[in-house]
Design a protein around this ligand. Sequence first.
Ligand SMILES: Cc1ncc(COP(=O)(O)O)c(C=O)c1O
Length: 379
Amino acid sequence: MIPCQRQLFDIPDDVAYINCAYLSPLMHSVAEAGRAAIASKMRPWGVVTEDFFSGPDAMRKLTARLLNAAPADIAIIPSVSYGVAIAALNLNPKPNGEILLLKDDFPSDVYSWRRFAAEKNLRIRTVDQPTPDAPDLTAAILAAIGPQTRVVSVPQVHWTNGLKLDLVRIGQAARANGAALVLDLTQSLGAMPVDIQAIDPDFAVAACYKWLLGPYGIGVLYVAPRHQHGRPLEEGWIARQGSENFAGLINYQDEYQPGAIRFDMGERSQFQLLPMAAAAMHQVLDWGVDNIAGSLSVLTARIAEEASAMGLSVAPAENRAPHYLGLAFADGPPPDLLQNLRARNVHVSVRGSSVRVTPHLYNNESDIERFFDALRASL
Ligand SMILES: Cc1ncc(COP(=O)(O)O)c(C=O)c1O
């Protein structure tokens, strides 16, 4: 159990920010890395060729540790939509089959597949949310996978209600049916263990600004080795062989750098964002993802218990992610709930029909009390 880490963040005592699934707060150390990076751009004569490569390489290594993948499998991208677009560009399934999506999945995981379905003559099949008395999302997806499945696009945690999916079993079923597996790990990477070797997806994407505790505008894409000769979205200069030799860039190269580098976004060296993202990932790895998950599960269990006692419905612990709660009101959340909570310095989200409560290591018992006091006062 990791003790409360609030001192590493800039959160006043009277603010209960239980909303990491929205935007994580930056740690002081991460802000400091950003300030140092800005200072460096004020004096660009200190920026050397090596700096265009060292930041991305460090980011690939840190991401690989979080995923149990190889650094060469990681591309640097700006957003989830960018990563999903790369996946769609590089899959070419037989027509007349299905793309499996979860009902109410995040839109960046839906729109590329809608275009893909139209272009490849496929159907989108949406797997319904399970009922509260049988909230097993894994079983629902497994029941829908069959020989007609061409692509399975799922998260590890449903972004509205925190229900979790067993990606190893889903990966097995997808492979057994010849379907590609594309993952959005934005709401889990950093807070739940992920073993890419065991899951073996085709592509997996994550934005850095939630559970990776990093800045906005940067993300990571895992590309399975079997797709690493595929087509990038952009044709930037730095992804090509020999790009380290700036004087020789006019000698255009058809060959790419090895591994997943070809899928990097343009200007991937991101001198301000990458040092911040890396500082945050270092801290996450120092804490250990298993320890983070275990510690957050204690907080969410405490919140779940009190919410249930108030008559809100909460999925059983075995079906939900350790760090993520969706609290459901019988008739939906009151329309002015969020404003009322905000007026009392309590910050959570409403997504779909759930009040989404997502703590991190900066939250403490008094945040939880503040949340329930404000909730009771708002009903
Ligand atoms: C599951 C999930 N994926 C992705 C995103 C962000 O998508 P994008 O990076 O395309 O803006 C969010 C943001 O809330 C999310 O919850």
